[in-house]
Ligand binder design. Structure first.
Ligand code: IPD
Length: 270
């Protein structure tokens, strides 16, 4: 079994290669390959190519591991480890040329289900800013090699909070209703458009908190570990791990202020 640091090295190396590909394809002109859950939920050719590159590179380095990718789905392994991959998180930003998209690669132990998995290592690379966020469980989080730490002791009224919206219009309206409730209680709210980078922003102190309802495992697998290793508490509803029903990441004191509001709103939604 490789160490978490060795797994982190694989994640970083492969994510940087995919980031070069995504960056080049963006300059060549973005081509939409398909739409998924709705007409605004797009897949570009670069998403597909980047995922193929990542899948092949991981299969070469770790042939017995499983794979769960946003574009190509699941492939079972026999080692107990699974690589959870979003080849381009923030695809809409990518399409519009907004420099906030990222390659996100995590490796987890156990079933590839955020309710039960243990994240071992992860990397999130922004091809535009050339930032590599990385973490190995138990070894902290880094940005281009420098240690990251969340903002501590931020009072709720001074908190800069990030969030995101899914692609289903009905879900969005309910997500926006919670924003309506929160906006008067915090410094401000940001919707940057890539969940993996939002989580890295919490790790780097560029946001005080980030939450979203409806995330898929590949959106948060790497970023949640990076935030946690930088000192964030990361969780979901009813004391469960972060997942589709809710992901909240913040320093512990702020988490304790935000979580009860989210618990009340999002559990009433079900
Ligand atoms: C999306 C982004 C977005 C978040 C959505 C995700 P994608 O991922 O992370 O910020 O709000 O929930 O689906 O589709 O760009 O890979």
């Amino acid at each position: 079994m490789p160490s978490n640091v060795e797994l982190q090295e694989i994640a970083v190396t492969v994510a940087r290669r995919a980031a070069v590909l995504a960056f080049q394809r963006r300059r060549d002109g973005v081509e939409i390959a398909a739409s998924k859950s709705s007409i605004v939920d797009i897949v570009t050719r670069a998403d597909q190519e980047a995922e193929r590159l990542i899948r092949d590179a991981i299969a070469a380095a770790r042939p017995r591991d499983g794979f769960l990718g946003e574009e190509s789905g699941a492939g079972e392994g026999t080692s107990g480890l699974t690589w959870v991959v979003d080849p381009i998180d923030g695809t809409v930003n990518y399409y519009y040329g907004i420099p906030a998209y990222a390659v996100s690669i995590a490796v987890v132990e156990g079933d590839p289900d955020p309710a039960t998995w243990t994240a071992l290592a992860g990397a999130v690379v922004n091809p535009e800013t050339k930032e590599t966020f990385a973490a190995a469980a138990g070894h902290g989080a880094t940005l281009n090699g420098t240690a990251l730490h969340v903002n501590l002791d931020v009072e709720l009224p001074l908190a800069l909070v990030g969030t995101g919206f899914g692609y289903d219009p009905e879900v969005r309206v309910r997500q926006a209703a919670f924003v309506h409730q929160l906006i008067g209680q915090v410094r401000d709210i940001r919707r940057a458009g890539a969940a993996s980078l939002d989580l890295c922003s919490v790790a780097a102190g560029r946001l005080d908190a980030y939450y979203e309802r409806g995330l898929n495992p590949w959106d948060h697998a790497a970023g949640a570990l990076i935030a946690a290793e930088a000192g964030a508490r990361v969780g979901g509803l009813d004391g469960t791990p972060a997942g589709k029903r809710l992901l909240l990441a913040a320093a512990p004191e702020l988490y304790d202020r935000l979580h009860p509001m989210m618990q009340e709103y999002f559990s009433a939604w079900e």
